[in-house]
Write a protein that binds this ligand. Structure first.
Ligand SMILES: [Zn+2]
Length: 389
């Protein structure tokens, strides 16, 4: 038995107008100071006002939100008693909104203990709307929650199917002015989600089509979105849709090895954003899992119109296409090129291996590396050498 869960999705130009149609009393907006400064909170509040809702804003979410921030926001929610929670921003704000909402509904559960197996009984107090302002994480369509335990420098991969947002509002208005580097860093994450969910062991008929279409959209529109920004609204809209489609597969299939490696490296090297550091690992993990049998690389290569006479050629084609895309977008193809100093990498290597081994996403890889292989994979990705084991 398997499930497919996703929010109601409003997308395209003027999708934000959906907010003017909701019914309720009080909304609690979870966001960060940059988003507030851009006037996006005001845009949201204008629509809420039209719907007759009061609102309160928590604009203190930091990149890689911490457990402490989540506890602080939830305490404000408990005092304000909203019936709608709105996560507005990138993955950090949306994930923080989910965790705060859970803590607001269930103060007896510590955010650190949120897991997919416990019945939470959410929606007694409020429902959740997510509004992405980047085209990348797909957090608006999934139930995963990534928080950082700042005391122990590790990422916590949490989540609950019940935390799937009720509504996702995917409006390209929010990404129109996104800076070039952020467009590349977040957009490449869409590709990593789609490819990992397609070849991962949780892939299924309901997610496969979404994955393939999201991949096609990224290869076609991400270079345009990066190069032309707001002058190419079509590319912006297609990337926003691709991000949400790839987000829909996150909880219904799953990301895998590249994310396990990306989480562990990202928690130690904060200067490299999630999308960029995870994408560095993507081609190396593809080389590692390609086994010439499953047929998944052939399907992907065919969808992307790449040479694919057999699985081996198809895998080579996909890996080459990923490296070329990274290069075209000005993204690093190795950890060294990502600016991680060699001595720091060597020093952190044992800790990274340890964290990869306990990352839940490791288990969804079609080939699960053992300890020595994890270490080798990290070293190959550091030096930019082809994986050959
Ligand atoms: Zn990701």
């Amino acid at each position: 038995m398997w499930f497919f869960r996703c929010p109601e999705i409003t997308f395209g130009e003027d999708a934000l107008g959906q907010l003017a149609l909701i019914r309720g009393k009080r909304a609690f907006i979870v966001t960060d100071p940059v988003i507030e400064g851009l006037g996006f909170v005001t845009a949201v509040q204008t629509q809420l006002c039209e719907a007759g809702l009061e609102s309160q804003v928590f604009a203190e979410v930091e990149p890689d939100p911490s457990l402490q921030t989540v506890r602080r926001g939830a305490a404000q929610m408990l005092a304000y008693e909203p019936d709608w929670i709105i996560g507005l921003g990138g993955g950090s704000s949306m994930d923080a909104a989910k965790a705060m909402w859970i803590h607001y509904e269930r103060p007896d559960i510590d955010p650190e203990a949120i897991n997919p197996f416990e019945e939470l009984g959410l929606r007694q107090k409020a429902r959740l709307i997510c509004i992405p302002t980047t085209a990348g994480t797909g957090s608006e369509a999934g139930y995963g929650i990534v928080l950082t335990d700042t005391e122990n420098a590790r990422k916590l991969t949490l989540g609950s199917p019940e935390a799937t947002p009720d509504i996702a509002i995917v409006d390209p208005y929010f990404t129109a002015q996104l800076p070039r580097q952020v467009t590349a860093d977040t957009g490449i994450d869409v590709l990593t989600h789609a490819i990992e969910a397609y070849i991962g062991s949780w892939a299924n008929d309901f997610t496969d089509g979404l994955c393939l279409q999201a991949m096609r959209l990224v290869f076609k529109y991400l270079p345009r979105a990066v190069a032309y920004g707001h002058e190419d609204p079509e590319a912006r809209e297609k990337m926003a849709n691709a991000a949400t489609m790839a987000g829909m597969v996150l909880g219904n299939s799953s990301v895998a090895l590249a994310h396990a490696l990306g989480h562990s490296a990202g928690a130690l090297f904060h200067q490299v954003p999630h999308g960029r550091i995870t994408a560095v690992f993507l081609p190396y993990t593809l080389q590692f899992v390609a086994n010439g049998e499953a047929g998944r690389f052939g399907d992907m290569a065919a969808a992307l119109l790449l040479p694919s006479r057999d699985e081996t050629e198809a895998a080579d084609s996909v890996v080459t296409a990923v490296f070329q895309l990274l290069d075209q977008l000005g993204l690093p193809g190795s950890l060294k090129a990502a600016g991680i100093p060699e001595d720091q990498f060597a020093e952190m290597l044992p800790l990274m291996v340890e964290h990869v081994e306990v990352d839940a996403n490791l288990l969804m890889s079609p080939r699960i590396p053992h300890t020595a292989e994890i270490e080798k994979l990290l070293q190959y990705a550091y030096n930019g050498r082809a994986v050959d084991f």
